[in-house]
Design a protein around this ligand. Structure first.
Ligand SMILES: *Cc1c(COP(=O)(O)O)cnc(C)c1O
Length: 498
């Protein structure tokens, strides 16, 4: 059988965290090492009346507990993570080192500018680099996620129209768009108006034209779009929208298919967000920190979030004053600074040639999968794709094995599932993004496993239907698991947290 189940995922865990034994501990401090503090005097009413209900365990037990927990989950450090549109790629460990340098990591956000010159310079240089990559005049590093970047960009668009005495309300969004696009409109008091993309999977000026009128604040386009295709009519679309006074928002979450090859700014896009946690190497997932910088053309500069890092007289300063029409602050302090350090380190490591190569490899890998998977699986858009490819479960119809079953079965073979049932325009979609970092061997292994799963579905569908077999937990209630995750250990018998 090709592939192998990840061994670490298969065993059942004893609840060792709840075992322990009274008096057992993992540290040996002499009495002399402990300050002689009277808790009542030190903490007053806040002093504990009884010891906390914590497990009493030895150091090896604690270490084993956490290592075991880490093995019960999937991670990019274990295997391929082809989560389409979310770019789960290998992130150079050296960037983690950079982000942890004490001068960056311990910098207090209230530090005066003159004592934070290194950090401000890094932000300024990162801004320059990102602006160059996307062909924009400036970039705001504030937003803490791709979705917040969308919100920011739309706020700036709205402020721009209002400054001209207009207040158009509609934002045109193709039906392939990421769900955050209409949500960002709604949060902004704008009306998301969906329009269909054609058979070809891309936006055409013909399909768009009937929707463009004076009440259009903007078109929101994702390029490459969420079916993994390049929006080849983007420049003409921008021209059409501009001719009616509207602006063009670009969802740049997946810039790893364009970097070094095409620049959204050159295609007429006025404002866009980056997802540094997708393309520029901060690991993400599990709701971890995000950074969604917004690149914009000069016409939107008066409305940019403040403060803006400016370079004046050889010094770097946080400027709060120059933009009275600013949309304001988007979050506390300067955004997720550690991510900026990682992104900057990545830009410098890669250089212009490196970024181009990453793009080329991401696109090559996705097209390799498109052709190889296409030998067995249904590929709805049979044309050159960008960084990701969409396939569907159509050929499994008679077996009643579905995309969800395939996703679960992949876990038994040591692969993270792709994005499933998205984009919505393809029934039973699997959106597969190999990224630039997977080798030919890994891609071949993935293809073999996908073929095995397809054969199994025909011969013994119960295998996929009963998957995953080898993970610690089987099929979870995914909604509850996401909405009400149980993240804390609670002492047996206690109602509250320890
Ligand atoms: C991930 C993604 C977003 C949202 O980014 P978050 O950082 O998760 O808020 C928006 N659009 C596209 C196309 C994406 O892939």
């Amino acid at each position: 059988m090709p592939g192998s189940a990840t061994s670490g995922l298969s065993f059942q865990t004893p609840l060792i965290f709840e075992q322990g034994s009274p008096g057992r501990d993992g540290a040996s401090l002499g009495d002399d090492d402990l300050p002689n503090v009277d808790p009542e005097r030190a903490f007053g009413k806040m002093a504990r009346q009884s010891p906390p209900l914590l497990p009493e365990v030895s150091e090896p037990e604690v270490v084993r507990h956490y290592v075991r927990l880490s093995q019960q989950n999937f991670a990019i450090d274990i295997g391929m993570y082809p989560l389409g549109s979310c770019t789960m790629k290998y992130n150079p460990k050296v960037n983690e080192w950079a982000a942890r340098l004490p001068g960056f990591a311990n910098l207090h956000p209230y530090m005066p500018d003159e004592l934070a010159q290194g950090a401000l310079e890094l932000m300024w240089r990162l801004e320059q680099g990102l602006a160059e990559v996307c062909g924009m005049d400036r970039v705001s590093l504030h937003p803490a996620a791709g979705a917040q970047g969308e919100l920011t960009g739309l706020m700036m668009i709205r402020a721009y129209h209002r400054a001209q005495g207009r207040d158009p309300k509609k934002v045109l969004i193709p039906d392939t768009a990421h769900g955050t696009n209409p949500a960002s409109c709604a949060l902004n008091g704008l009306k998301a108006v969906p329009f269909p993309v054609g058979e070809q999977g891309i936006v055409t000026t013909e399909a768009l034209a009937p929707f463009v009128d004076d009440d259009v604040a903007a078109v929101m386009a994702t390029n490459p779009n969420t079916v993994g295709l390049f929006e080849s009519e983007m420049a003409a679309i921008s021209e059409l929208v501009h001719s009616k006074g509207g602006l063009v928002y670009g969802d740049g979450a997946n810039l790893n298919a364009l970097m070094g090859r095409a620049r959204p700014g050159d295609l007429g896009i006025d404002v866009m967000q980056f997802n540094l946690h997708k393309t520029f190497t901060t690991p993400h997932g599990g709701g971890g920190p995000g950074c969604g910088p917004v690149g914009y053309k000069a016409l939107l500069d008066p409305f940019a979030p403040v403060p803006v890092v400016e370079h004046r007289d050889d010094r770097f300063v946080l400027d709060y004053d120059k933009r009275p029409a600013s949309v304001g602050r988007l979050r506390s302090f300067q955004g997720n600074f550690g991510m900026m350090v990682r992104a900057y380190a990545y830009l410098r490591e890669m250089g212009a040639e490196g970024l181009k190569q990453a793009t080329d490899l991401a696109v090559l890998n996705a097209n390799y999968l498109r052709v190889r998977l296409g030998e067995v699986w249904h590929v709805p858009y049979e044309r050159i794709c960008m960084h990701e490819v969409v396939i569907s479960d159509r050929h499994l119809k008679d077996s009643h094995v579905t995309t969800m079953d395939v996703a679960k079965r992949l876990m038994d073979y040591g692969f993270h599932p792709p994005t499933v049932y998205f984009p919505l325009v393809v029934k039973g979609a699997m959106l597969i993004e190999p990224t630039e970092t997977e080798s030919l061997q890994t891609l071949d292994e993935f293809v073999e496993v996908m073929k095995t799963i397809s054969d199994e579905a025909a011969a013994e569908p119960e295998r996929a239907k009963g998957a995953p077999q080898l993970t610690r937990l089987r099929r979870l209630d995914e909604t509850q698991a996401a909405r009400k995750p149980v993240l804390r250990w609670t002492a047996p018998g206690s109602q509250s947290e320890p």
